[in-house]
Design a protein around this ligand. Sequence first.
Ligand code: ACO
Length: 335
Amino acid sequence: MDLLQKILSIAQANPQRIVLPEGTEIRTLKAADRIISENAAKITLIGNPEEINRLAKDNGLTNIGKAIIIDPKNHAKKELYTNLLVELRKKKGMTFEQASVLVEDPLYLGCLMIKNGDADGEVAGARNATGDVLRPAFQIVKTLPGISVVSGAFLMFLKDKSYGENGLMIFGDCAVNPTPNAAELAQIAISTAETARNIAGFEPRIAMLSFSTKGSSKNEAVDKVVEATRLAKEMQPTLMIDGELQADAALVESVAGLKVKDSDVAGKANALIFPSLEAANIAYKLVQRLAGAEAIGPILQGIAAPVNDLSRGCSTDDIFRMITITSNQAIELKK
Ligand code: ACO
């Protein structure tokens, strides 16, 4: 997978400040050690310094000495971050006392570091559930201008190279929004297009998927996809996007030829947007398991600075890769 090598090289050329809130989690620590040794990011670890140093020593992680270590219970910017959190959440009724408890939570602290300009991105989730990683990111880092929903895309490296871009496709939203409405689905398409360009390195041809192709079924679920397609085109008139399409009409030229006229997407889609989280999450796991695809993600998109969530079953390699992807997203956002 040359793309992953390219992502690593981009990260190495411009090392970003990446914060890892699960600094005492061993896979995270091993990934951090490798990132530092390969000069792919400047790492900040959140956690008890003695524990981090002991784990590093016991596991022969000699590069951890070069990371910044922040003790969530005792560090120089605690009051500053507490005030920042109160400021950000005062409309929600947050008091200084409540905020001073939350700033000791590494997942809140990591996002506050980003918000205050002390880090460029965050990777977490080896130890914490998705919701617990995402909630502080939504509340503190917030979304990009013009986007109100953060979503999650997967890069799918297929064995069959006849699909997508020589076997590479992108699927969204496989991770965050259970039941997006038409406007949210349009934003998911726009955000996935950005991830396709900025991380996967290709110009997207987006299929807005449904169980219907161009009016073959009448249903409000179909109407939602049609409306989302219209809204996405309105948001980005030059975007190659078409819908509603069934998966075969999106992917197979011969089927597209029978069902769709004049489409720059049908039969050759490289980006698939699913109508719900159920459909997307099930689809990416089926393609991964039944077709032997490598699935990389979720890559969170639409967020004002990159925060990425790991699966709790992740490997050290997965964390290493996600740090390099997060760095690439940070570099793109600064352009
Ligand atoms: N984008 C941006 N902000 C959001 C989003 C979103 N998609 N969803 C919620 N928010 C904001 C809300 O506006 C709210 O902000 P506020 O406090 O400033 O008003 C805050 O986040 C909390 O919102 P809630 O509605 O209370 O959200 P909750 O915390 O209950 O849920 C969550 C958010 C956890 C992400 C939920 O959407 C969820 O569980 N999604 C499914 C995640 C999941 O299980 N994915 C599958 C597994 S991942 C995988 O397999 C790869």
